[in-house]
Design a protein around this ligand. Structure first.
Ligand code: NAD
Length: 365
């Protein structure tokens, strides 16, 4: 497939524009800038599905009262090595850093900490939170669900039962170097990738979706219903579901995310979604923070690096240029886009500009 035309925009221009949009939409300037920072960070790492494509939706969520500006975390209960935190429907880009910093402080003192976060607005790319803990030298594991966001059929089923439930494991490396970072949705694709495909972007892989008749599909209409250019993309409108990745294994992981991030946090599982009325869509996240210094592994980073190098030294399979370790694709894309700008599909760019105009802002030059 030929590359679709894109609008390439410098990182700082994009950040400023998105920050201005949220400020005009009603957040304080620092919160607007924080949201912009994290959305652009997703684009920088190549995860466009969780980047600025979300701006129109977030602005609508704010207008609808589904996410609230100016919120902070509140502590529901805690001990020396654990805490249950409520995100109070605040923007995930505000609540996420507060929750991570809470867990990091406990783990620095006690060696480990478990933080159960509930009722956060969309916390976006989970890798951001792993990277934040890694900057303090901590290992972290994150299990996430989306209350009210049923989209994914379980292995062997056709009905939506899970959300796209990302899992993230992040390992700090040498100061200033990118961490080892495993961060993926437990569905074949994140919903945002269907959104991107529905706007004419990268097509979905074969069999990423499943229809109510059990037939596999890669047509985003399976998820959104009939697609009109620039029309709404509400996942509730389609008859089908995204499939869990990795057959019974990925489906099992998605299931456990619901239990850990939905039930244990005291948030909610992704379903059932009430047929009457609307449930606000929130993220739950169970995070585990570990301080390697407390585990007696003084050479942890050096030994992890040596092992990563050993893995990378594997002979390559046919048509593969190089073995990568988790986090390398993101680090490389970040280096490239910081230098050359962020490519956005034209539809995505136009929808952001339309949102900005609706708030009285002009397109940046
Ligand atoms: P993906 O399929 O692109 O997988 C990304 C992971 O695979 C990364 O760890 C990456 O380093 C690794 N990887 C990719 N290519 C590799 C290679 N050749 N060799 C070795 N490792 C490689 O990710 P995804 O499932 O599309 O998820 C995208 C993003 O969506 C994630 O950041 C996730 O956190 C986010 N997400 C968020 C939510 C939410 O509710 N907030 C829900 C779903 C997904």
């Amino acid at each position: 497939m030929a590359d679709l035309p894109t609008h390439i925009i410098a990182v700082d221009v994009l950040r400023r524009f998105v920050g201005d949009i949220f400020t005009a939409a009603g957040t304080a300037r620092d919160e607007g800038e924080r949201i912009a920072h994290h959305l652009v960070s997703a684009n920088l790492t190549g995860h466009d599905s969780h980047g600025v494509i979300r701006v129109p939706r977030y602005v609508q969520n704010l207008a609808d009262g589904d996410v609230l500006a100016g919120q902070v975390i509140s502590v529901v209960t805690e001990g020396p090595t654990h805490a249950v935190l409520d995100g109070n429907l605040g923007f995930g880009q505000t609540i996420g850093p507060l929750a991570v910093d809470y867990g990091v402080a406990k783990a620095r003192s006690e060696g480990m900490a478990v933080v159960a976060l509930r009722n956060a607005g969309h916390i976006g790319r989970i890798g951001d939170w792993g990277e934040r803990a890694a900057k303090s030298g901590l290992i972290s594991l994150h299990f996430v669900n989306v209350a009210g966001g049923e989209l994914v059929a379980p292995f062997g089923g056709v009905d939506r039962r899970f959300s796209t439930n990302p899992v993230c494991i992040c390992i700090p490396m040498e100061p200033g170097k990118p961490p080892l970072l495993l961060d993926f949705a437990t569905s074949v694709v994140a919903e945002g990738k269907a959104l991107v495909a529905s706007n004419g972007g990268k097509p979905l892989p074969d069999g990423a979706l499943i229809g109510p008749d059990g037939k596999l599909s890669s047509d985003p209409a399976t998820l959104y219903g009939p697609l009109t250019p620039g029309g709404p993309r509400a996942a509730g409108n389609g008859p089908g579901a995204i499939r869990a990745f990795g057959d019974h294994k990925g489906s099992g992981l998605a299931f456990m995310c619901e239990i850990l991030a939905g039930v244990l946090t005291g948030g909610a599982t992704s379903g059932p979604v009430p047929t009457e009325g609307r449930r606000k869509i929130t993220n739950g996240m169970l995070s585990i923070y570990l301080d390697p210094d407390h585990f007696g592994s003084q050479n942890f980073v050096a030994e992890a690096r040596a092992y990563a190098n050993y893995v990378k030294a594997s002979r390559v399979a046919e048509d593969v240029a190089e073995v990568l370790v988790p986090g390398e694709p993101e680090a490389r894309t970040r280096a490239d886009r910081m230098k050359n700008g962020v490519p956005l599909q034209l539809d995505t760019w136009r929808s952001i500009v339309a949102t900005a105009r609706g708030l009285g802002l002009a397109e940046p030059n």
